[in-house]
Design a protein around this ligand. Structure first.
Ligand SMILES: Cc1cc2nc3c(=O)[nH]c(=O)nc-3n(C[C@H](O)[C@H](O)[C@H](O)COP(=O)(O)O)c2cc1C
Length: 344
C-alpha cells in the first residue's frame, strides 16, 4: 500500500492556518497569531491588536479569534484529519485561546466540504439587500449552525426589527461621541495598500433613509459616500450564549463563523451590527429580551450582489512553526486506532 499519511505535514497545517486568517474580525484587525508544533496548532489572541476604545474587555477580539478557530477546525477536517480543540488550555497564558490537536485521518463529510468551499467567498456586505424574504428553511439551517457550536440564534420578529435598528442607531451615536472612537476607527480605515483594516472598496454605501446603522469607515476617508435605499424589512439575527465569560466569547465566534459560512453556502449576504453589543446598556436590553442569554453579536442577512474581499496580513506575520519536542513525534506518528486500522 502507498504511504498513508496519518498526521498532516507543516505545509498542510500552514494552509489550514491561511484559511483561518480569512475569518471576519472587528474592523479587520486580524487579532490572532498561530503556532504550529508537530500535530498541534496553537491559536493566540494578539494583545497589540485589541481595540481598546470599542472593545475594552476584549470580547469582540475573542469572537474574532473564535471565528478564525472555527475556520481552522473546518480546514483541518477538509484536509482529511480529525482534531480536538481545547479552549484556554494553559491558565498561565491567557492569550493562548485554543490548542487544536490533530488526531489522525478522518473521512471528509459532504457538509464540511460544502462549508469549507464557502470560506473564500464569505465577505461582509455593507450594501442594500433586495426585499426578498429569507425562507424559514434557510433561517432554520442558520439556527442549527449556531446550535452546533453551543450558541443560540434568534430571528427578530418583524415588529421588533425597527426597535432594534433604532437601538443600534442610538448605540452608534453614543459610540461616536466617545473619546478616542474616531481615532480608532481611522486607524482601521484602510487606504487600499494596507494589509489590515477596512479598505475603500468594502465600506459600502449609506442608507438613503438613514435607518440602517452602518459602521462609517468611509467618514475617515476623503471620498463622499454614495447612498442606496436599503431593504425596508431587514432580517435581523441575534447570536447569544448561555454564559458570558472568555470561553463563551470564543464559542460565540466559532458559532458566528459557522452561521456566516452556512449563509454563504445559501447565497445569503451578511453584515454584523455590533454597535448593539458595544454599548453595555443596549446589550443588556437585548440580553434581557433574549430571556437572560448573553447576546454576543447581531447580524443583518439578506440577498445582495457578491462583494470583494478585504486584505489579510501575510502568513509569515501571523504564523510560527516550531519543531515538536522529540518525545511527541512517535506519539503523533502513531495516529488514532481508526487511522491505524485504515492503514492496514
Ligand atoms: C466581532 C466583529 C464585529 C464586527 N462588527 C461590524 C460592524 O459593526 N459593522 C460592520 O460593518 N462590520 C462589522 N464586522 C465585520 C468586519 O468589519 C469584517 O469582518 C472585516 O472588515 C473583514 O472583512 P470581511 O468580513 O469581508 O472578511 C465585524 C466583525 C466581527 C468579527
Amino acid at each position: 500500500m502507498g504511504s498513508l499519511v496519518l498526521v498532516p505535514s507543516d505545509k498542510v497545517l500552514a494552509e489550514c492556518v491561511r484559511s483561518a486568517t480569512s475569518a471576519p474580525s472587528l474592523h479587520n484587525s486580524q487579532p490572532w497569531r498561530f503556532v504550529i508544533i508537530g500535530n498541534t496548532v496553537e491559536v493566540y489572541a494578539d494583545p497589540d491588536r485589541r481595540l481598546l476604545v470599542l472593545d475594552p474587555a476584549g470580547r469582540e477580539q475573542l469572537i474574532s479569534v473564535g471565528a478564525a478557530l472555527f475556520t481552522l477546525r473546518l480546514a483541518v477536517s477538509r484536509a482529511g484529519f480529525a482534531s480536538r480543540t481545547r479552549l484556554f488550555p494553559s491558565p498561565d497564558e491567557p492569550d493562548l485561546v485554543a490548542r487544536l490537536t490533530v488526531k489522525g485521518r478522518a473521512p471528509v463529510s459532504s457538509s464540511a466540504q460544502a462549508l469549507a468551499a464557502a470560506i473564500p467567498h464569505r465577505h461582509t456586505n455593507r450594501w442594500a439587500f433586495t426585499a426578498a424574504p429569507v425562507p424559514e428553511a434557510v433561517l432554520n439551517s442558520l439556527r442549527d449552525a449556531a446550535q452546533r457550536e453551543r450558541a443560540v440564534l434568534t430571528v427578530a420578529a418583524p415588529p421588533a426589527r425597527a426597535a432594534i435598528l433604532g437601538l443600534a442607531r442610538s448605540a452608534d451615536r453614543w459610540l461616536r461621541a466617545r473619546p478616542g472612537y474616531g481615532t480608532e476607527l481611522a486607524r482601521w480605515t484602510a487606504t487600499g495598500q494596507d494589509r489590515d483594516g477596512v479598505p475603500p472598496w468594502a465600506t459600502g454605501v449609506a442608507d438613503v433613509r438613514g435607518t440602517m446603522p452602518l459602521r462609517d469607515f468611509a467618514e475617515a476617508s476623503v471620498a463622499p459616500r454614495p447612498v442606496e435605499t436599503f431593504e425596508p424589512q431587514p432580517t435581523i439575527l441575534a447570536l447569544a450564549t448561555a454564559g458570558d465569560r472568555p470561553a463563551d466569547w470564543v464559542r460565540a465566534g466559532q458559532a458566528l463563523q459557522r452561521v456566516l459560512l452556512s449563509a454563504t453556502c445559501q447565497q445569503l449576504a451578511a453584515m454584523p451590527i455590533s454597535q448593539l453589543v458595544e454599548v453595555p446598556a443596549v446589550r443588556n436590553v437585548l440580553s434581557n429580551a433574549a430571556g437572560g442569554l448573553s447576546v454576543q453579536m447581531v447580524l443583518r442577512v439578506g440577498y445582495g450582489a457578491a462583494r470583494a474581499g478585504t486584505p489579510r496580513r501575510p502568513l509569515a506575520e501571523v504564523l510560527t512553526t516550531r519543531r515538536a519536542p522529540a518525545e511527541a513525534q512517535p506519539r503523533a506518528a502513531r495516529g488514532t486506532r481508526r487511522a491505524r486500522a485504515a492503514a492496514r
